[in-house]
Design a protein around this ligand. Structure first.
Ligand SMILES: *Cc1c(COP(=O)(O)O)cnc(C)c1O
Length: 840
């Protein structure tokens, strides 16, 4: 038809269930299945059709149905209970934050993507789900916290597999009136609008807000009539475009994001850049300080002292870098605005890379983020190491171990991913209020009290539900692709409710090696088709639209799933999203992850599976290298890297098959020992007990508070105090020592015997020309290196630039001994901050 306009007829909520609308606009429901059930009960078909979206369900449900339930005693009782819990949650006074972080400054958290729920498709995968989970736990803990992101009105993409198993992408224009968002309003009641100058245009940005429990998320949107047509599309798709679009999106997130906070008067004292995408927030904050009277360098000190940067991947595609000319096109006005030369500004982002056969300087978002922050971290212990190695070129003269990038291992939001049935079961053994102390390892010991039978019952039901879900989805897919009636009918027998079921779902980035399982097809076939002890696999995952190798992996999986020997036992589901993720982590018996070590910075889906009693079976990479304790799941391969990727793939595949055949399958199908312990359920219990607390998002956010947010609160305030007095001093001092540094000199000597005993001391001496740098501002030190282990011993200043110390050789081993000096003053975030190290 020819549409001339649109009108939404809003049903009227009867008074007795009047707060269903209020609840729909707070994502509290996204981790509260009982709350979701209230909307599902309105109309199960609508609920399914609209991705479990409460706002949409309320819009679509017939008035008569609302009136009917408004008089249903059972429904009303459930409604009252959910709202009582909701109120208690929102009004809780003695939060963790109040008791443990009362002095913490409000945090502003910036992320390109957020995965809160399948009905709000503004995420692509792990990074977004992590950010969404981080917000949820920030709310649970009662932190002063505001998140900033983008409202992609076509979201990421919906994945369709065609009849050849090739991924196709569909983009649906979201109807914003059906999302749980509202225009953010300023104190005067107006809708918040901000502007950003990109190239020669003023781009207008509308700001939406989303309530996630106690906290707010601001979402930026350029799809407003004031903007040119192409600017309206700047916030259309997540990771959708070319380099030009990306850079403009990053400018929006960073610059408009800060302006949105200011327009809404939202206080912030600590800024958290979740991935390099957010780094340009540094530009806008520097501009604010410059406007307040600081020079560029002092302003950078002030900004960086209150900023944390989290890097999430060593994979090059995850570390954007732009040609200088491209940056010139979009950010040409910034050097002038900041009273700095283009060269000096770009130097803070410079990463020389080998592009098209020669070395070119590029504007790296990761480098800029590192320079715009004074605290940085990777997302697992191993990823911290990998990151220090990857970015050590920014800290010339430093040992890898000293590169100031720490780590906080990722977690997942337990309640978002744990099935209601498992939560009910856990409530029978864990103390009351366990949902509020998820990080408490001692508390989780009580999960020992879960019996084999109880666990088996819950897991059987969850698996049954998952199998039904897979069949429904595969049926829809077959029908859409024009399959024959026989093929459609065959979906009713996909998978068995009794077979050992292994889940594998994630983005199909090639390093995740989705097809590793098929490396020895005959062996796999024997495992899968064992008549007594069958094994089946459920795969799901999206490839980035431009990633043809990733799509080829999907197609290969699809083809394998159609082979007679695997049919019905290996399935690949389309459109992996948070809904599919929940079904799988709750319904499978084991979670499989076989990335190419060390490229999986953390991984989180295996944590979600363990929360539900599906032990993890994975390469010792990312979180699993820390989580695996020999009793709570299984490793694949060894703790090492390989020079030859083919050899690595062979070794890992071999290990995967052997562990399955020799350990996992016999344990799953075997009997428990005499006490009924130690068998399969023993591993299940261990997975729940050990992974739930240590890899809870709550533990993760507490680590951020203690390791970063609290220290940055103090340091940021000190550096910015008195109109940035300390920032000026630090910046002035750095400028000065950098000038003097080429004129300094250092020579050293040591009386080193060829062999020595443990505990023996040696004298180390140095002679310094400090070029005017005060002795108290100069650290001269001996460095002892044994393997990766570095010990630093300061040399004492005698006079006339002479330094010495008696240095103890603590233990046996081969030591390398060196002497170096570096300028330091009080109040730096690390001794490497000045970036000057001179070795003798
Ligand atoms: C948890 C999750 C991911 C991340 O999984 P990894 O283990 O990090 O690969 C990706 N997508 C969805 C929908 C998830 O829920």
């Amino acid at each position: 038809m020819n549409v001339i306009g649109q009108v939404t007829v809003l049903p009227e909520l009867p008074g007795s269930i009047g707060r269903l609308s209020e609840l729909a606009y707070n994502l509290y429901w996204s981790w509260t299945p009982h709350a979701q059930a209230l909307y599902q009960a309105l109309d199960a078909e609508i609920w399914e059709r609209f991705q479990h979206n409460p706002v949409r369900t309320l819009l679509e449900v017939p008035q008569a149905r609302l009136d009917e339930l408004a008089a249903d005693a059972d429904y009303l009782e459930r409604y009252r209970q959910v709202l009582a819990d909701f109120d208690a949650y929102l009004n809780k006074q003695d939060t963790w934050a109040k008791q443990n972080a009362a002095k913490m400054a409000p945090v502003a958290y910036f992320s390109m993507e957020y995965g809160f729920h399948e009905s709000l498709p503004i995420y692509s995968g792990g990074l977004g789900v992590l950010a969404g989970d981080h917000c949820k736990s920030a709310s649970d803990l009662g932190l002063p916290f505001t998140a900033v992101g983008m409202l992609f009105h076509q979201g990421y993409f919906r994945q369709l597999l065609n009849k050849d198993g090739w991924q196709e992408e569909a983009y649906d224009e979201l109807d914003l009136t059906t999302l749980p968002i509202r225009p953010a309003r300023t104190s005067s009641g107006d809708e918040a609008r901000v502007q950003v100058r990109i190239a020669e245009r003023d781009v207008h940005v509308r700001v939406w807000e989303l309530a996630v429990g106690r906290i707010r998320v601001l979402l930026l949107d350029t799809n407003v009539p004031e903007n040119r047509e192409d600017d309206r599309k700047l916030t259309a798709r997540l990771y959708g475009g070319n380099q030009e679009l990306r850079l403009q999106q990053y400018a929006l997130l960073g610059v408009a994001g800060i302006r949105a906070l200011r327009a809404l008067n939202i206080p912030a004292g600590v800024y958290h850049m979740n991935e390099g995408h957010a780094a340009l927030l540094g530009l806008e904050r520097v501009r604010e300080f410059v406007e307040g009277g600081l020079d560029f360098r002092a302003a950078v000190e002030a900004v960086a002292s209150s900023t944390l940067f989290t890097t999430h991947t060593p994979v090059p595609a995850g570390n954007d870098a732009f040609a200088y000319e491209l940056v010139d096109r979009f950010l040409a006005k910034w050097p002038g605005r900041l009273h700095v030369s283009r060269d000096e500004l770009y130097a803070l982002a410079r990463h020389d890379q080998f592009w098209d056969g020669h070395w070119v300087p590029t504007f790296s978002m990761t480098v800029f983020a590192l320079n715009m922050s004074r605290a940085a971290n990777g997302v697992s212990e191993l990823h911290g190491e990998v990151s220090r190695d990857m970015w050590k070129f920014l800290y010339p003269g430093a040992e890898v171990a000293e590169v100031p990038i720490g780590h906080v291992t990722n977690g997942a939001h337990n309640l978002t991913f744990t099935s209601q049935a498992m939560r009910d079961l856990l409530s029978t053994v864990l103390p009351q209020g366990w949902e509020e102390r998820l990080e408490d390892e001692a508390m989780w010991q009580a999960a020992e009290g879960l019996s084999d039978a109880q666990l088996a019952d819950v897991q059987r039901d969850m698996k049954r539900g998952m199998v039904q879900f897979v069949r429904r989805r595969m049926r829809e897919q077959k029908i859409r692709n024009g399959a024959s009636a026989a093929e459609v009918a065959a979906t009713d027998t996909l998978l068995s409710e009794d077979a050992l079921t292994i889940g594998f779902a994630r983005r199909f980035a090639t390093y995740k090696r989705a097809t590793l399982l098929f490396r020895d097809r005959e062996r796999l076939s024997r495992i899968v088709n064992d008549p007594q002890r069958p094994v089946q696999f459920v795969f799901a995952g999206k490839a980035h639209p431009a990633d043809n190798p990733g799509k080829a992996f999907i197609q290969e999986l699809y083809r394998m799933s159609q082979e007679p020997e695997f049919q019905g036992r290996i399935v690949i589901l389309e459109n992996y999203d948070m809904n599919v993720a929940r079904w799988l982590v709750q319904g499978v018996d084991i979670w499989l992850n076989n990335p190419r070590r060390p490229l999986e910075a953390s991984g989180t889906s295996g944590m979600k599976a363990s929360f539900n009693g599906a032990p993890n079976f994975s390469i010792l990479d990312g979180w699993w290298r820390e989580g695996y304790d020999t009793t709570n799941g299984w490793p694949i391969g060894e703790e090492r890297e390989y020079a030859d990727l083919n050899v690595q793939d062979d070794a890992d595949a071999y290990s995967l098959y052997s562990t399955l055949e020799e350990q996992i399958v016999p344990l799953y199908y075997g009997q428990a020992d005499a006490e009924g312990r130690g068998g399969w359920a023993g591993t299940v219990r261990r997975a729940i007990q050990t992974v739930s607390p240590r890899f809870s998002m709550q533990r993760q956010v507490i680590d951020y508070v203690q390791g970063y947010y609290l220290p940055l609160t103090t340091r940021g305030a000190a550096v910015a105090a008195g109109g940035g007095q300390r920032a000026r001093e630090i910046a002035g001092w750095k400028t000065w020592v950098r000038q003097q540094w080429p004129h300094t000199s250092l020579s050293a000597s040591a009386d080193l015997p060829t062999t020595a005993r443990p505990g023996q001391t040696v004298e180390v001496r140095a002679s310094v020309n400090p070029a005017g740098i005060r002795p108290e501002d100069l650290r001269v030190e001996a460095v002892l290196k044994r393997g990766d282990h570095v010990t630093r011993v300061p040399l004492a200043h005698a006079q006339g630039g002479q330094y010495s110390a008696q240095v103890t050789l603590p233990d046996s081993g081969l030591y390398a001994v060196g002497v170096r000096m570096l300028p330091v003053i009080d109040g730096l975030s690390s001794e490497l901050e000045a970036g000057l190290i001179k070795w003798a």
